[in-house]
Design a protein around this ligand. Structure first.
Ligand code: PNS
Length: 169
């Protein structure tokens, strides 16, 4: 497909499943913009800047991928970027209702922008940022779940936090 696609999300943190999806979409589109939502009401483990840096590091070998952050409506951002496609992943039936709702809502807002769904590699189907955050905060090994730069970064961040907590307490 000869065009630009936006792959939006929270990416808190980026997982192996996210990178698999970036790779799959990069084979189909001329350019893929991985776009991190800024104005989220969710409490995040990583700042937007940290997520941008990590995603850049994890996708540095895929030449047609760009990493950015956005505010406001996704379809407005897609228009600004000249994108005609939104990319999302569906892991299991549990994702379907939420994704179906977002995709139809976005189509109502912008009928010229199409959402395309990708299925991740089977081994990533159970992965989610939420579970990775939980494992990270409880000191579990992240090597099978996130790319190396992310596991190193999270490991250090959590150790620094615990050290600070220790000295303050
Ligand atoms: O990784 P997430 O948190 O499931 O991603 C959700 C995201 C960023 C795709 C969605 O919340 C979004 O597009 N937000 C931007 C605001 C918007 O356009 N809302 C209307 C469609 S949900």
């Amino acid at each position: 497909m000869n065009s630009i696609a936006i792959y939006p999300g929270s990416f808190d943190p980026p997982t192996n499943g996210h990178i698999d999806l970036v790779l799959r979409s990069s084979r189909l589109f001329e350019k893929v913009v991985v776009a991190i939502l800024r104005n989220t009401t969710k409490k995040c483990l990583l700042s937007v800047e940290e997520r941008v840096q990590l995603l850049k590091e994890c996708t540095k070998d895929i030449p047609n991928v760009e990493v950015d952050a956005f505010d406001g409506l996704l379809v407005d951002y897609a228009r600004v970027r000249g994108a005609k496609h939104i990319v999302r992943g569906i892991r299991a039936l549990t994702d379907f209702e939420y994704e179906f709702q977002i995709a139809l809502l976005n189509r109502r807002l912008a009928s010229d922008i199409e959402t395309i769904f990708f299925m991740p590699k089977e081994e990533h189907v159970y992965l989610s940022s939420k579970l990775v955050r939980e494992v990270a905060l409880l000191g579990g090994n992240l090597d099978n779940f996130v790319p190396k730069p992310v596991s190193l970064y999270l490991d250090k961040k959590i150790k620094d936090f615990l050290r600070f907590y220790d000295t303050e307490g």
